[in-house]
Design a protein around this ligand. Structure first.
Ligand code: ADP
Length: 320
């Protein structure tokens, strides 16, 4: 595993316990979402990982080695960090902003230049247009894209993201979430992502860790979180009633209809077009795609991503 928490507690000097004896592991390449109401300890948990906050009790391992045993620079350079506030340096160009850690690592100018171009292209910003601009000459959404790729610049093994999109308007937010999903498919980084928005968590997470009052309530995949909340708190936080209702929509709604392009549709598990989306989710835990049939003929396929996206998009926003 990549990160392991063993009985990790953090007590602030004023006596507040921000986290109590946390135990969990994060696998390599996993998109791990920390969620819970304000003050439940999400940010503290995140900052314990890169030692922005020192733990009081317990141990955190990164690649099997205690984080306390790493040289602090070595640790931080290996862990990208994206904040909520767009934290670009205002007097530096976009290129200079992205190049901060590569420069600290003493990469050559050529290597830095080509890395900056590659990263800007990854998030749909034309390097020739944007490289030499100042942050103030970009929109909020574009600045946060730069914030995301800056965290990737020196190819860290983990990226920590603390409510990175919460200051953005809903349209920019949705776009950058989709970009992050695409990006993650290509780069397969270990990402630890803090949010208080269940929609965002369902959309992005491989697993979701729900916290309350400094403790872990439930860690599960989005599907299990929706279908089997462990207690009333989890159920209310996830908005189970609402989610179930949305999940009752028929799978026909989200079937992708370009059947011709999809190989081996006859070999797939098939379900009726009338099946509720919520019931399809559990089947999709084991299979990548399921065929959707109507009147005995395949009319399309459904994927896990499409089902979760539908549920996430149709949930009313929950901000706690
Ligand atoms: P979240 O990110 O879930 O909103 P935090 O990790 O920021 O929660 O905070 C968890 C708890 O620790 C809260 O009760 C908060 O008030 C407290 N806390 C956070 N930072 C400090 C600090 N520097 N000193 C004292 N208490 C703090």
């Amino acid at each position: 595993m990549m990160i392991q928490f063993e009985n990790v507690s953090k007590k602030y000097p004023d006596g507040t316990y921000a986290t109590h004896s946390l135990n969990f592991t994060i696998q390599e390449g996993e998109f791990f979402v920390l969620i819970g109401p304000s003050g439940c300890g999400k940010t503290t948990t995140l900052k314990l990982i890169n030692r922005l906050i020192d733990l009081t009790d317990g141990t955190i391992f990164f690649n099997e080695k205690k984080i306390s045993e790493y040289d602090i620079h070595e640790l931080r350079w290996n862990i990208g960090y994206v904040l909520q506030q767009i934290a670009l340096f205002p007097h530096m160009t976009i290129e200079e902003n992205i190049a901060v850690v590569p420069e600290l690592k003493k990469w050559s100018r050529d290597k830095i230049r080509s890395r900056v171009d590659e990263l800007l292209e990854m998030v749909g910003l034309d390097p020739d247009t944007y490289r030499d601009r100042k942050p103030s000459e970009l929109s909020g959404g574009q600045q946060q894209r730069v914030g995301v790729v800056r965290a990737l610049a020196a190819d860290p093994q983990i990226i920590l993201m603390d409510e990175p999109f919460s200051a953005l308007d809903p349209i920019s937010r949705e776009k950058i979430q989709n970009d992050l999903i695409d990006l993650q498919k290509r780069i397969k980084k270990t990402i630890v992502f803090v949010t208080h928005d269940m929609q965002e968590a369902l959309k992005l997470g491989d697993r979701i860790c729900l916290m309350n009052e400094g403790e872990i309530v439930q860690i599960d995949t989005p599907e299990v979180m929706i279908e089997k909340p462990v207690n009333q708190f989890a159920e209310e936080f996830i908005g189970n009633g609402a989610t179930q209702m949305i999940g009752m929509a028929k799978v026909e709604k989200i079937a992708q209809k370009h059947v011709e392009g999809i190989e081996n549709i006859s070999g797939m598990t098939a379900i009726s077009a009338e099946t509720p989306i919520i019931d399809v989710l559990s089947l999709l835990a084991n299979e990548e795609m399921i065929a959707v049939e109507k009147n005995g003929a395949a009319i399309g396929v459904v994927t896990r991503e499409a089902a979760l996206q539908f549920i996430s998009e149709n949930m009313s926003e929950r901000r706690v």
